[in-house]
Design a protein around this ligand. Structure first.
Ligand code: ACO
Ligand code: ZN
Length: 488
């Protein structure tokens, strides 16, 4: 039986065999009564039952999952129109941003789209190309080789095995950002912006990881070696981040593992919170394993193995068993775009407890020590955007509320540049925050900021709850000028 609805793309079908990859239909969401529209990404037969990997169109990919046919509403199936398939706007058929136009002081990663180059940038582009070729030669073996692990597991490669998990959070509403730049993705890095849209990397490949005392469901694909992605769980040493295929193997590893904290220098300690700074060149294996782990929770980044241009700041919580990793951020040694964070992550068991803001606060504290303003690398993830907006808002309000009028002045005065200097937040982000808060008014020829009592009161309440803060007295760090050093 086949009936056409008003929409020529829709058809009512009585058979599950008509469901193909790329088509869209309502799917019952896990733990809910909702039937949002979803796209079929992949189909597999397991135990004589068909399973469908679905992406809910208006939801984050964290919620993608394997479902059985009883959760598909085949009556409302929509087939991809061949002429529209490549121009789809919401689903995973949509190609990720292509990498064009971004100029970078550093050479591009192999395999990424080169920039269109015209006019005065030709010389710079030529130099960049020469540098690129030189670097490619140097990095050739390394950029292709995943971290070498001892004994039990073989080298990681882009794995294709299929695992299911629902380790996600609910969908979040994000208010429009007024001056969020449409900046172009960076071209190199440990976790560069997506360059491929390969079907394999769209599907979560890991069922579970065990890290210290936590079992965590991954959110996204990460290129761990295929032979371990088939397992129900992989076991990661929480101190050196090496991965093992069984708890027994991990126990054997732990007997030999000399570490109780991340490598590198402990540059901050207050109470039980510490930060370790490590160099992606000197601590390559750790940095690569950190990127593999981070990729499980970062969707909009593709993993590369060249960690040399980055520093990593790993935040830990101390107890009698050691320094347990809570989260981290990476930072380019030299950023031509003034990025002070490349990737940032709080591991899921620690999320929504204020650690993300602590990582962000720390990144700005480093920028203050450098005497620079900075901004996170774009694009931001949904959760990254929420966290940054909240941090910017709180930091700027803190300054505005504390401001006192100078002698002889009726009202306190402050320039945008002064806010930037005091916070190290980049000007665009300060302006977007003030605009989003609708604080800027134009009055009698000048801009004035008006804070209403409700905003001040709610800010004070929020800040009382924000207990853990970075205290610059405890930061023992001198910035390095990587440009002068000539090498990373
Ligand atoms: N839903 C709604 N709001 C959330 C959520 C969520 N799931 N998670 C965090 N937030 C909000 C919090 O409410 C808080 O805002 P508020 O204080 O105004 O209420 C703000 O975000 C920060 O919360 P924290 O507890 O300080 O942050 P957390 O430890 O959860 O870490 C982070 C935030 C790092 C973004 C975390 O969610 C994460 O690691 N996500 C996965 C990786 C990722 O997306 N990283 C950012 C990529 S962008 C880049 O790398 C430059
Ligand atoms: Zn170890």
């Amino acid at each position: 039986m086949k009936k056409m609805s008003e929409d020529s793309n829709s058809a009512i079908l009585d058979s599950i065999s008509s469901v193909t990859e790329g088509c869209r239909l309502p799917v019952l969401m896990n733990n809910g009564d909702d039937w949002p529209l979803a796209e079929i990404i992949s189909i597999k037969d397991s135990d004589s039952k068909k399973q469908f990997y679905v992406h809910y169109i208006d939801y984050n990919k964290r919620l993608d999952e394997w479902v059985e046919e009883d959760r598909l509403d085949t009556r409302k199936i929509q087939y991809p129109r061949r002429d529209l398939a490549s121009a789809a706007t919401t689903g995973l058929n949509t190609p990720k941003k292509t990498l064009t136009g971004a100029t970078n002081s550093r050479p591009s990663s192999p395999g990424l789209t080169p920039d269109p180059i015209t006019g005065p940038s030709v010389l710079a582009a030529l130099q960049q190309k020469q540098q690129k070729n030189r670097k490619r030669k140097l990095d050739h073996s390394e950029s292709k080789s995943p971290p070498a692990q001892e004994e039990e597991v073989r080298r990681p490669s882009i794995g294709s095995s299929i695992g299911s998990s629902i380790g996600g959070l609910g969908d979040i509403e994000i208010p429009p950002l007024l001056t969020q730049q449409q900046s172009l993705p960076r071209q190199t890095g440990s976790l560069a912006t997506h360059s491929d849209d390969h079907a394999i990397t769209r599907i979560k490949n890991m069922k579970m990881i065990e890290l210290g005392k936590y079992r965590i469901k991954p959110w996204y694909f990460s290129p761990y070696p295929q032979e371990i992605t088939n397992l129900d769980c992989i076991y990661i040493c929480e101190f050196c981040l090496k991965y093992r295929k069984s708890r027994k193997c991990l126990e054997r590893h732990l007997q030999k593992c000399p570490f109780k904290h991340p490598p590198g220098n402990e540059i901050y300690r207050k109470g039980s919170v510490s930060f370790f700074e490590l160099d992606g060149r000197k601590n390559k294996l750790y940095a690569q394993n950190l990127c593999l782990l981070a990729k499980l929770f970062l969707d909009h980044k593709t993993l590369y193995y060249d960690t040399d241009p980055f520093l990593f700041y790993v935040m830990t919580e101390y107890d009698a068993r050691g320094y347990h990793i809570v989260g981290y951020f990476s930072k380019e040694k030299e950023s031509s775009e003034d990025y002070n964070v490349a990737c940032i992550l709080t591991l899921p068991p620690y999320q929504r407890k204020g650690y993300g803001k602590l990582l962000i606060e720390f990144s700005y504290e480093l920028s203050k020590f450098e005497g620079k303003t900075g901004s996170p690398e774009k694009p931001l993830s949904d959760l990254g955007l929420l966290s940054y907006r909240s941090y910017w808002k709180q930091t700027i309000l803190e300054i505005l509320i504390a401001l006192k009028p100078q002698e002889g002045q009726e009202k306190p005065q402050l320039t945008i540049n002064e806010i930037c200097e005091q916070t190290s937040i980049k000007k665009e982000d300060v302006i977007s925050t003030l605009t989003n808060l609708e604080l800027i008014n134009y009055y009698r020829g000048q801009y004035i900021l008006t804070l209403n009592k409700d905003l001040v009161d709610s800010h004070k309440k929020i800040m009382e709850k924000r207990k853990i803060r970075i205290d610059s007295k405890y930061l023992h760090w001198t910035p390095k000028d990587w440009a002068k050093r000539g090498k990373w």
